[in-house]
Write a protein that binds this ligand. Sequence first.
Ligand SMILES: [Fe+2]
Ligand SMILES: [Fe+2]
Length: 459
Amino acid sequence: MEQRRGDLIIRLANGISLRRLYFDSHPRVVAASVEIAADLAAVLGDGTRESFDIGVYGGKFVHEGCYLVGPSIAGRALIDFAERLGCGGFVFGASVTSADLIAFFRLGAEKSETLAGLAEARAVFARHGLAHIGLSAPFSEEGTDPLQSDAAPGGNDRVAADFAPLVEIYQSMYASVSANALAIGTGAALDCGATRAAAANLAGLAADDALDVMQFLRYPDFDSYTIGHSVRVAALSSVLGRALGWPAQILAELATAGLLHDLGKSRIPPEILFKPGRLDEDERRVMDSHVELGARVLLDGGERSALVLSAAWGHHRRHDGGGYPAMPGWYRVGVVAELMHVCDVFEALTARRPYKPALSARHAYEIMLEDADSYHPRLLASLIETLGIYPPGSEVQLSDRRRAVVVGRGQDLDRPRVRLTHAPFGAPLPADERQVLDLAVEDSLCIAGLIPTDADAVR
Ligand SMILES: [Fe+2]
Ligand SMILES: [Fe+2]
Protein backbone atom coordinates (compact mmCIF):
# COMPACT_ATOMS: atom_id res chain seq x y z
CA MET A 1 0.00 0.00 0.00
CA GLU A 2 2.85 2.41 0.78
CA GLN A 3 4.17 2.23 -2.76
CA ARG A 4 0.71 2.64 -4.18
CA ARG A 5 0.03 5.61 -1.90
CA GLY A 6 3.26 7.28 -3.00
CA ASP A 7 2.59 6.65 -6.68
CA LEU A 8 -0.93 8.06 -6.44
CA ILE A 9 0.31 11.20 -4.72
CA ILE A 10 2.96 11.77 -7.41
CA ARG A 11 0.45 11.20 -10.19
CA LEU A 12 -2.00 13.68 -8.63
CA ALA A 13 0.81 16.25 -8.53
CA ASN A 14 1.67 15.47 -12.14
CA GLY A 15 -1.96 16.05 -13.08
CA ILE A 16 -1.55 19.66 -11.90
CA SER A 17 1.70 20.03 -13.87
CA LEU A 18 0.08 18.55 -16.99
CA ARG A 19 -2.87 20.92 -16.72
CA ARG A 20 -0.41 23.85 -16.62
CA LEU A 21 0.87 22.72 -20.00
CA TYR A 22 -2.45 21.78 -21.63
CA PHE A 23 -6.19 22.37 -21.26
CA ASP A 24 -9.07 20.46 -19.60
CA SER A 25 -10.07 18.33 -22.58
CA HIS A 26 -6.53 17.58 -23.79
CA PRO A 27 -6.19 13.80 -24.23
CA ARG A 28 -3.26 13.61 -21.80
CA VAL A 29 -5.11 15.51 -19.06
CA VAL A 30 -8.20 13.37 -19.60
CA ALA A 31 -6.17 10.12 -19.63
CA ALA A 32 -4.40 11.10 -16.39
CA SER A 33 -7.70 11.87 -14.67
CA VAL A 34 -9.33 8.61 -15.81
CA GLU A 35 -6.35 6.51 -14.65
CA ILE A 36 -6.15 8.24 -11.27
CA ALA A 37 -9.91 7.91 -10.68
CA ALA A 38 -9.63 4.18 -11.43
CA ASP A 39 -6.66 3.84 -9.06
CA LEU A 40 -8.50 5.68 -6.29
CA ALA A 41 -11.51 3.41 -6.77
CA ALA A 42 -9.23 0.36 -6.61
CA VAL A 43 -7.47 1.58 -3.44
CA LEU A 44 -10.78 2.31 -1.73
CA GLY A 45 -12.61 -0.66 -3.24
CA ASP A 46 -11.70 -3.17 -0.55
CA GLY A 47 -13.81 -1.20 1.94
CA THR A 48 -11.08 -1.00 4.61
CA ARG A 49 -11.04 2.78 4.41
CA GLU A 50 -13.57 5.40 3.36
CA SER A 51 -11.20 7.92 1.88
CA PHE A 52 -7.68 8.35 0.57
CA ASP A 53 -6.06 10.97 2.81
CA ILE A 54 -2.93 12.95 2.02
CA GLY A 55 -1.38 15.06 4.80
CA VAL A 56 0.82 18.09 4.08
CA TYR A 57 3.01 19.59 6.77
CA GLY A 58 6.15 21.71 6.69
CA GLY A 59 6.48 21.56 2.90
CA LYS A 60 6.28 17.75 2.78
CA PHE A 61 3.76 14.93 2.69
CA VAL A 62 3.21 13.16 5.98
CA HIS A 63 1.55 9.89 6.78
CA GLU A 64 1.32 8.09 10.12
CA GLY A 65 3.95 10.24 11.76
CA CYS A 66 6.53 10.21 8.97
CA TYR A 67 7.57 12.28 6.02
CA LEU A 68 6.93 10.51 2.74
CA VAL A 69 10.32 11.14 1.20
CA GLY A 70 9.84 10.12 -2.45
CA PRO A 71 6.38 11.70 -2.95
CA SER A 72 7.56 14.89 -1.22
CA ILE A 73 10.33 15.24 -3.80
CA ALA A 74 8.33 14.43 -6.92
CA GLY A 75 4.95 15.76 -5.77
CA ARG A 76 5.88 19.30 -4.91
CA ALA A 77 3.13 20.74 -7.17
CA LEU A 78 0.50 19.19 -4.88
CA ILE A 79 2.25 20.45 -1.73
CA ASP A 80 2.35 23.98 -3.18
CA PHE A 81 -1.37 23.74 -3.95
CA ALA A 82 -2.18 22.69 -0.36
CA GLU A 83 -0.07 25.58 0.94
CA ARG A 84 -1.86 28.10 -1.26
CA LEU A 85 -5.18 26.74 0.00
CA GLY A 86 -3.99 26.92 3.61
CA CYS A 87 -5.09 23.34 4.32
CA GLY A 88 -3.39 20.39 5.98
CA GLY A 89 -4.02 18.05 3.08
CA PHE A 90 -6.62 16.45 0.84
CA VAL A 91 -9.29 13.82 1.38
CA PHE A 92 -10.36 11.91 -1.73
CA GLY A 93 -13.68 10.14 -1.30
CA ALA A 94 -14.66 6.86 -2.94
CA SER A 95 -16.90 8.58 -5.51
CA VAL A 96 -14.28 10.91 -7.01
CA THR A 97 -14.75 11.02 -10.79
CA SER A 98 -12.36 11.94 -13.57
CA ALA A 99 -14.36 15.17 -14.02
CA ASP A 100 -13.70 16.02 -10.33
CA LEU A 101 -10.00 15.38 -10.89
CA ILE A 102 -9.86 17.60 -13.98
CA ALA A 103 -11.48 20.41 -11.97
CA PHE A 104 -8.96 19.73 -9.17
CA PHE A 105 -6.02 19.91 -11.61
CA ARG A 106 -7.41 23.11 -13.13
CA LEU A 107 -7.68 24.79 -9.74
CA GLY A 108 -4.21 23.55 -8.81
CA ALA A 109 -2.77 24.89 -12.05
CA GLU A 110 -4.60 28.22 -12.17
CA LYS A 111 -5.13 29.29 -8.57
CA SER A 112 -1.88 31.08 -7.98
CA GLU A 113 -2.84 33.30 -5.04
CA THR A 114 -2.75 32.22 -1.39
CA LEU A 115 -6.23 32.08 0.08
CA ALA A 116 -7.26 33.76 3.33
CA GLY A 117 -7.98 30.52 5.15
CA LEU A 118 -9.52 27.10 5.09
CA ALA A 119 -13.10 28.42 5.00
CA GLU A 120 -12.38 30.34 1.81
CA ALA A 121 -10.59 27.36 0.28
CA ARG A 122 -13.57 25.10 1.05
CA ALA A 123 -15.91 27.69 -0.49
CA VAL A 124 -13.77 27.74 -3.66
CA PHE A 125 -13.91 23.94 -3.84
CA ALA A 126 -17.68 24.00 -3.39
CA ARG A 127 -18.02 26.65 -6.14
CA HIS A 128 -16.12 24.38 -8.52
CA GLY A 129 -18.34 21.43 -7.69
CA LEU A 130 -15.61 19.48 -5.91
CA ALA A 131 -17.96 17.69 -3.53
CA HIS A 132 -15.94 14.47 -3.37
CA ILE A 133 -12.56 16.04 -2.60
CA GLY A 134 -12.24 17.44 0.92
CA LEU A 135 -9.67 19.71 2.52
CA SER A 136 -8.35 18.83 5.96
CA ALA A 137 -7.57 21.45 8.59
CA PRO A 138 -3.92 22.49 8.96
CA PHE A 139 -2.14 20.42 11.59
CA SER A 140 -1.34 23.56 13.59
CA GLU A 141 -5.08 24.31 13.91
CA GLU A 142 -5.80 20.82 15.14
CA GLY A 143 -3.07 21.17 17.75
CA THR A 144 -1.45 17.90 16.66
CA ASP A 145 2.11 17.23 15.62
CA PRO A 146 2.03 14.99 12.54
CA LEU A 147 5.62 13.93 13.14
CA GLN A 148 5.27 12.59 16.64
CA SER A 149 6.59 9.19 15.63
CA ASP A 150 10.24 8.20 15.47
CA ALA A 151 9.36 5.57 12.91
CA ALA A 152 11.33 5.90 9.75
CA PRO A 153 9.97 7.17 6.46
CA GLY A 154 9.72 4.65 3.66
CA GLY A 155 11.57 1.93 5.53
CA ASN A 156 14.74 3.91 6.11
CA ASP A 157 16.42 3.98 9.48
CA ARG A 158 16.75 7.71 9.73
CA VAL A 159 14.17 9.73 11.60
CA ALA A 160 11.98 12.16 9.71
CA ALA A 161 13.79 15.24 10.99
CA ASP A 162 17.07 13.94 9.58
CA PHE A 163 15.63 13.74 6.13
CA ALA A 164 13.92 17.11 6.05
CA PRO A 165 16.83 19.21 4.70
CA LEU A 166 17.77 16.51 2.21
CA VAL A 167 14.21 16.36 0.89
CA GLU A 168 14.26 20.13 0.38
CA ILE A 169 17.42 19.92 -1.72
CA TYR A 170 15.93 17.16 -3.88
CA GLN A 171 12.65 19.08 -4.13
CA SER A 172 14.49 22.09 -5.51
CA MET A 173 16.29 19.93 -8.08
CA TYR A 174 13.06 18.26 -9.14
CA ALA A 175 11.31 21.65 -9.33
CA SER A 176 14.05 23.18 -11.47
CA VAL A 177 14.06 20.32 -14.03
CA SER A 178 10.29 20.39 -14.15
CA ALA A 179 10.20 24.22 -14.52
CA ASN A 180 12.70 24.09 -17.40
CA ALA A 181 10.70 21.37 -19.16
CA LEU A 182 7.56 23.49 -18.74
CA ALA A 183 9.42 26.58 -19.99
CA ILE A 184 10.37 24.75 -23.19
CA GLY A 185 6.80 23.48 -23.63
CA THR A 186 5.30 26.94 -23.21
CA GLY A 187 8.00 29.03 -24.90
CA ALA A 188 9.09 30.75 -21.66
CA ALA A 189 12.74 31.46 -20.77
CA LEU A 190 14.92 28.78 -19.18
CA ASP A 191 16.09 29.40 -15.63
CA CYS A 192 19.52 27.77 -15.49
CA GLY A 193 20.35 29.96 -12.47
CA ALA A 194 17.80 28.09 -10.33
CA THR A 195 19.19 24.81 -11.63
CA ARG A 196 22.73 25.86 -10.64
CA ALA A 197 21.58 26.88 -7.15
CA ALA A 198 19.83 23.51 -6.64
CA ALA A 199 22.87 21.65 -7.99
CA ALA A 200 25.25 23.54 -5.69
CA ASN A 201 23.25 22.30 -2.68
CA LEU A 202 23.41 18.74 -3.95
CA ALA A 203 27.15 18.95 -4.55
CA GLY A 204 27.57 20.07 -0.93
CA LEU A 205 25.96 16.88 0.40
CA ALA A 206 27.98 13.97 1.71
CA ALA A 207 27.89 10.98 -0.66
CA ASP A 208 25.91 8.86 1.82
CA ASP A 209 23.22 11.52 2.13
CA ALA A 210 22.88 11.91 -1.63
CA LEU A 211 22.56 8.14 -2.13
CA ASP A 212 20.27 7.50 0.84
CA VAL A 213 17.66 9.90 -0.53
CA MET A 214 18.10 8.70 -4.10
CA GLN A 215 16.60 5.29 -3.31
CA PHE A 216 13.25 6.94 -2.53
CA LEU A 217 12.98 8.97 -5.70
CA ARG A 218 10.20 7.39 -7.69
CA TYR A 219 8.49 8.30 -10.91
CA PRO A 220 5.42 6.21 -11.56
CA ASP A 221 4.26 7.66 -14.86
CA PHE A 222 5.55 8.77 -18.21
CA ASP A 223 5.47 12.45 -17.40
CA SER A 224 7.71 12.29 -14.41
CA TYR A 225 10.36 9.88 -15.56
CA THR A 226 12.61 12.23 -17.50
CA ILE A 227 12.54 14.59 -14.53
CA GLY A 228 13.19 11.88 -11.92
CA HIS A 229 15.87 10.36 -14.14
CA SER A 230 17.67 13.71 -14.47
CA VAL A 231 17.63 14.24 -10.70
CA ARG A 232 19.02 10.76 -10.05
CA VAL A 233 21.68 11.14 -12.76
CA ALA A 234 22.70 14.46 -11.17
CA ALA A 235 23.04 12.77 -7.75
CA LEU A 236 25.01 9.84 -9.17
CA SER A 237 27.35 12.02 -11.19
CA SER A 238 28.19 14.25 -8.25
CA VAL A 239 28.79 11.20 -6.00
CA LEU A 240 31.03 9.67 -8.67
CA GLY A 241 32.86 12.96 -9.30
CA ARG A 242 33.52 13.26 -5.57
CA ALA A 243 34.86 9.69 -5.43
CA LEU A 244 37.23 10.59 -8.27
CA GLY A 245 38.55 13.50 -6.21
CA TRP A 246 37.23 16.23 -8.51
CA PRO A 247 37.09 19.73 -6.94
CA ALA A 248 33.90 21.15 -5.37
CA GLN A 249 33.32 23.66 -8.14
CA ILE A 250 33.39 20.91 -10.76
CA LEU A 251 31.02 18.79 -8.67
CA ALA A 252 28.44 21.59 -8.73
CA GLU A 253 28.84 21.89 -12.51
CA LEU A 254 28.50 18.13 -12.86
CA ALA A 255 25.27 18.15 -10.87
CA THR A 256 24.01 21.03 -13.06
CA ALA A 257 24.95 19.03 -16.15
CA GLY A 258 23.06 16.00 -14.78
CA LEU A 259 19.93 18.07 -14.20
CA LEU A 260 20.06 19.53 -17.71
CA HIS A 261 21.44 16.62 -19.76
CA ASP A 262 18.08 15.42 -21.17
CA LEU A 263 16.45 18.83 -21.51
CA GLY A 264 16.22 18.24 -25.27
CA LYS A 265 13.56 15.58 -24.62
CA SER A 266 11.11 18.41 -23.90
CA ARG A 267 11.32 19.17 -27.62
CA ILE A 268 10.50 15.60 -28.70
CA PRO A 269 6.84 15.15 -29.75
CA PRO A 270 4.94 13.45 -26.89
CA GLU A 271 3.66 10.66 -29.16
CA ILE A 272 7.28 9.56 -29.64
CA LEU A 273 8.63 10.45 -26.20
CA PHE A 274 5.83 8.59 -24.41
CA LYS A 275 5.29 5.78 -26.92
CA PRO A 276 4.99 2.63 -24.82
CA GLY A 277 6.25 0.16 -27.46
CA ARG A 278 9.41 0.00 -29.55
CA LEU A 279 10.25 3.01 -31.69
CA ASP A 280 10.60 2.48 -35.45
CA GLU A 281 13.68 3.74 -37.26
CA ASP A 282 12.32 7.21 -38.02
CA GLU A 283 10.99 7.65 -34.49
CA ARG A 284 14.32 6.50 -33.07
CA ARG A 285 16.11 9.14 -35.16
CA VAL A 286 13.79 11.83 -33.78
CA MET A 287 14.30 10.54 -30.22
CA ASP A 288 18.09 10.51 -30.65
CA SER A 289 18.00 14.14 -31.74
CA HIS A 290 17.28 15.13 -28.11
CA VAL A 291 21.02 15.52 -27.58
CA GLU A 292 21.48 18.16 -30.29
CA LEU A 293 18.16 19.80 -29.40
CA GLY A 294 19.22 19.94 -25.75
CA ALA A 295 22.55 21.59 -26.50
CA ARG A 296 20.78 24.05 -28.83
CA VAL A 297 18.09 24.92 -26.26
CA LEU A 298 20.76 25.50 -23.63
CA LEU A 299 22.87 27.69 -25.93
CA ASP A 300 19.80 29.69 -26.94
CA GLY A 301 18.89 30.02 -23.26
CA GLY A 302 22.26 31.65 -22.53
CA GLU A 303 24.06 28.63 -21.05
CA ARG A 304 27.79 28.94 -21.69
CA SER A 305 29.37 26.24 -19.49
CA ALA A 306 31.39 23.94 -21.78
CA LEU A 307 30.93 21.17 -19.24
CA VAL A 308 27.13 21.44 -19.18
CA LEU A 309 26.88 21.79 -22.97
CA SER A 310 29.17 18.85 -23.67
CA ALA A 311 27.22 16.62 -21.25
CA ALA A 312 23.92 17.47 -22.96
CA TRP A 313 25.39 16.93 -26.41
CA GLY A 314 27.65 13.94 -25.76
CA HIS A 315 26.05 11.74 -23.09
CA HIS A 316 25.02 9.06 -25.63
CA ARG A 317 28.47 8.87 -27.25
CA ARG A 318 30.23 5.59 -26.50
CA HIS A 319 33.83 5.34 -25.38
CA ASP A 320 34.64 3.21 -28.47
CA GLY A 321 33.55 6.02 -30.81
CA GLY A 322 29.98 4.77 -31.47
CA GLY A 323 26.70 6.10 -30.21
CA TYR A 324 25.16 9.39 -31.23
CA PRO A 325 25.41 12.11 -32.46
CA ALA A 326 27.41 10.41 -35.27
CA MET A 327 30.96 11.71 -35.49
CA PRO A 328 34.17 10.72 -37.31
CA GLY A 329 35.92 7.63 -35.89
CA TRP A 330 38.78 9.66 -34.39
CA TYR A 331 36.47 11.88 -32.37
CA ARG A 332 36.26 11.47 -28.59
CA VAL A 333 33.93 13.34 -26.27
CA GLY A 334 35.27 14.84 -23.04
CA VAL A 335 35.49 12.96 -19.77
CA VAL A 336 32.42 14.76 -18.34
CA ALA A 337 30.18 13.49 -21.14
CA GLU A 338 31.65 10.01 -20.58
CA LEU A 339 30.89 10.22 -16.87
CA MET A 340 27.34 11.32 -17.67
CA HIS A 341 27.02 8.35 -20.06
CA VAL A 342 28.00 5.87 -17.31
CA CYS A 343 25.56 7.41 -14.80
CA ASP A 344 22.81 7.72 -17.42
CA VAL A 345 22.89 4.03 -18.33
CA PHE A 346 23.21 2.83 -14.72
CA GLU A 347 20.28 5.01 -13.65
CA ALA A 348 18.08 3.79 -16.52
CA LEU A 349 18.83 0.14 -15.71
CA THR A 350 18.23 0.41 -11.97
CA ALA A 351 15.10 2.60 -12.16
CA ARG A 352 11.62 1.20 -12.07
CA ARG A 353 9.72 2.69 -14.98
CA PRO A 354 6.14 2.31 -16.11
CA TYR A 355 7.22 -0.22 -18.73
CA LYS A 356 9.90 -2.10 -16.77
CA PRO A 357 10.86 -3.09 -13.24
CA ALA A 358 14.13 -2.00 -11.64
CA LEU A 359 17.23 -4.17 -11.98
CA SER A 360 19.50 -4.71 -8.99
CA ALA A 361 22.78 -2.79 -9.05
CA ARG A 362 24.65 -6.05 -9.53
CA HIS A 363 22.58 -7.01 -12.58
CA ALA A 364 23.08 -3.52 -14.02
CA TYR A 365 26.88 -3.86 -13.59
CA GLU A 366 26.79 -7.23 -15.39
CA ILE A 367 24.94 -5.73 -18.33
CA MET A 368 27.33 -2.77 -18.47
CA LEU A 369 30.40 -5.01 -18.22
CA GLU A 370 29.12 -7.15 -21.09
CA ASP A 371 29.25 -3.99 -23.21
CA ALA A 372 32.37 -2.60 -21.53
CA ASP A 373 33.67 -0.90 -24.72
CA SER A 374 30.85 1.59 -24.38
CA TYR A 375 32.29 3.09 -21.19
CA HIS A 376 35.47 4.77 -20.09
CA PRO A 377 37.04 1.86 -18.14
CA ARG A 378 38.17 3.95 -15.18
CA LEU A 379 34.77 5.61 -14.83
CA LEU A 380 32.89 2.31 -14.95
CA ALA A 381 35.28 0.78 -12.38
CA SER A 382 34.84 3.83 -10.13
CA LEU A 383 31.06 3.62 -10.34
CA ILE A 384 31.09 -0.03 -9.23
CA GLU A 385 33.66 0.64 -6.53
CA THR A 386 31.79 3.70 -5.22
CA LEU A 387 28.26 2.28 -5.12
CA GLY A 388 29.20 -1.31 -4.33
CA ILE A 389 26.88 -4.20 -5.00
CA TYR A 390 24.53 -3.26 -2.19
CA PRO A 391 23.56 0.39 -2.70
CA PRO A 392 20.75 1.70 -0.45
CA GLY A 393 17.42 0.16 -1.39
CA SER A 394 18.87 -3.30 -2.24
CA GLU A 395 16.98 -6.25 -0.76
CA VAL A 396 19.25 -8.88 0.74
CA GLN A 397 19.18 -12.27 2.41
CA LEU A 398 21.22 -12.46 5.63
CA SER A 399 23.33 -15.43 6.70
CA ASP A 400 20.71 -16.36 9.36
CA ARG A 401 18.01 -16.48 6.61
CA ARG A 402 16.32 -13.27 7.67
CA ARG A 403 15.65 -10.73 4.92
CA ALA A 404 16.54 -7.06 5.06
CA VAL A 405 16.77 -3.92 2.98
CA VAL A 406 20.00 -1.91 2.76
CA VAL A 407 19.45 1.52 4.27
CA GLY A 408 22.92 3.01 4.10
CA ARG A 409 26.50 2.28 3.29
CA GLY A 410 28.79 1.14 6.08
CA GLN A 411 32.55 1.60 6.39
CA ASP A 412 32.89 -1.63 4.47
CA LEU A 413 30.89 -1.80 1.22
CA ASP A 414 30.14 -5.50 1.80
CA ARG A 415 28.75 -4.85 5.28
CA PRO A 416 26.20 -2.03 4.97
CA ARG A 417 23.53 -0.94 7.43
CA VAL A 418 20.31 -2.88 6.90
CA ARG A 419 16.74 -2.82 8.18
CA LEU A 420 15.23 -6.24 8.88
CA THR A 421 12.05 -6.89 6.90
CA HIS A 422 11.32 -10.64 7.10
CA ALA A 423 11.76 -13.46 9.63
CA PRO A 424 13.86 -16.51 8.59
CA PHE A 425 11.18 -18.32 6.60
CA GLY A 426 9.67 -15.39 4.81
CA ALA A 427 7.04 -13.96 7.18
CA PRO A 428 7.11 -10.15 7.08
CA LEU A 429 8.12 -8.60 10.41
CA PRO A 430 5.72 -6.19 12.15
CA ALA A 431 6.80 -2.53 11.99
CA ASP A 432 8.12 -2.43 15.57
CA GLU A 433 10.44 -5.39 14.92
CA ARG A 434 12.04 -3.94 11.81
CA GLN A 435 15.28 -3.23 13.55
CA VAL A 436 18.28 -1.57 11.91
CA LEU A 437 21.55 -3.51 12.08
CA ASP A 438 25.00 -2.26 11.22
CA LEU A 439 26.65 -5.30 9.66
CA ALA A 440 30.06 -3.69 10.16
CA VAL A 441 29.67 -4.40 13.90
CA GLU A 442 27.46 -7.52 13.78
CA ASP A 443 30.28 -10.05 13.55
CA SER A 444 28.05 -13.10 13.44
CA LEU A 445 25.98 -11.86 10.48
CA CYS A 446 26.74 -11.18 6.87
CA ILE A 447 24.91 -10.87 3.57
CA ALA A 448 24.30 -14.28 2.01
CA GLY A 449 22.97 -12.89 -1.25
CA LEU A 450 20.87 -10.36 -3.04
CA ILE A 451 17.17 -11.05 -3.35
CA PRO A 452 16.52 -10.83 -7.07
CA THR A 453 14.10 -8.20 -8.26
CA ASP A 454 11.30 -9.35 -10.58
CA ALA A 455 13.44 -8.31 -13.50
CA ASP A 456 16.48 -10.24 -12.27
CA ALA A 457 14.37 -13.35 -11.78
CA VAL A 458 13.22 -13.54 -15.39
CA ARG A 459 16.71 -13.23 -16.71
FE1 LIG B 1 19.65 11.26 -23.12
FE1 LIG C 1 19.45 10.55 -19.72
